[in-house]
Design a protein around this ligand. Sequence first.
Ligand code: BES
Ligand code: MN
Ligand code: ZN
Length: 508
Amino acid sequence: MPEPLQIEFAPLTAAPVGTVVLLAGQDLALGSVARGFDERAKGALRKAAGAADFMGKAKTAIEILAPAGLDTQRLLLVGTGRAPKETDRLLLGGYAFAQINARKGDSATLVADPADAGEVSADTFAADLAFGALLRSYAFRKYQTRKPTEDGAEAEVRDGLRKIIIQCPKPDAAAKAFASRKAIADGMFLARDLVNEPANVLGPVEFAERMRDLARAGIEVEILDEDQLEALKMNALLAVGRGSERPSRVVVLQWHGAKSKRAKTLCFVGKGVCFDTGGISMKPAAGMEDMKGDMGGAACVAGLMLALATRKAAVNAVGLIGLTENMPSGSAQRPGDIVTSMSGQTIEVLNTDAEGRLLLADVLWYAQERFKPRFIVDLATLTGAILVALGKEYAGLFSNDDRLAAELAAAGEATGEKVWRMPMAKAYDKLIDSKNADMKNIGGRHAGSITAAHFLQRFIKDTPWAHLDVAGTAMDSTRNEINPSWGSGWGVRLLDRLVADNYEKQEK
Ligand code: BES
Ligand code: MN
Ligand code: ZN
């Protein structure tokens, strides 16, 4: 496995190591260049920028080799664009990483001069650049042992850039600001790893076993096996796993970080279908491999819990993960089967490919019975229909609580992990009434994401609840400056921000 990118902070006056990266704003003021370099060096850089038509726009860079008057082999001038906002700063750090990494050398020095910081402090600026660079440095290369070179011979996979030193006015303060971001990156990388892992390696039992590692971060880890799930009467969840050789699991992750003993638990629930063939209502072959990512919601909950614990968030939080594999076999559930969920409500399973909601029905019920939480947010790669509605830019948000929905929307805007609230209404709910049982697990051709959400809502008592349909955002995600990965780790930053901005201050 490649070592993770090392990030260090150093004063602006330190001698640079490796490739030197300077930032330039849209006005080409060369904020960082103004400091520390003599007139001759500045002149040479301006000349090079002019020759390359470099205007300091975001997502542009030029390389200057052996620049006159500077003691470096390679210098990169990277555009910041105009007044970079939070997400722009992350994207800028990610872009800078990619620019450096595409070239030779295993170390680089990025000069984060406050003149380029825009609206925030130099510490925040440096920490955000570092965070963006770190997120971009992720690679899932576990199974790529060798890689062909241009002449067809094989070579070891290159490690590329190993270390970035970020120069800023107050390195200690920047390092402190970076620590919580690093915790979030750890959580996102865990989520990405889990989603990218193929299903032959990561089944329900393996996923659950990996969660034991979280104990090292101070998380209480509990794994419920099939006997325990049986005793709890989680028949809807168990029904999904019946066709698989691999047993189902539920994982309970608890983080106790609240100062007050009375603090109510924040609850996060994730769909963890380690592979979704559709079951007897089997999916077509084309693209089915993507269904190794049908545990993206569960991966996000795991990553979020790791982030909260690592940065010692001042809240009590519980992550509940339902793990199954949806396979066709002689023991699989059939269309038309009726199961009695833990809540006592009966479900007619008309399509075994609508399995996520079955599993969530029981985990949501269990979450409320056991924890009486302040709120529940569930994440699930629940419907293909959410991709039709929103594509890959926004996750679908469904909620019974305007305040929680507004908090999520605000956290989405701040982090760039955006959510779009979808309607819920009685008329949609009626579509899942069944003639033979209390409800059926599909609602017909229309509004598939909404009827799925209504199905979940039938297992919510009066707890404030939000459901995020992440089928478009958790896997096969749009690559960008901070996400080079198929499994995006989407939702970790969003929910960490929801917690930080609304639930870590004293009782509200
Ligand atoms: N895991 C799928 C949803 C999905 C589709 C996630 C595409 C990511 C990409 C889910 O279990 C499913 O199969 N949903 C069905 C529901 C239908 C049978 C009512 C769907 O979306 O087709
Ligand atoms: Mn399915
Ligand atoms: Zn599924």
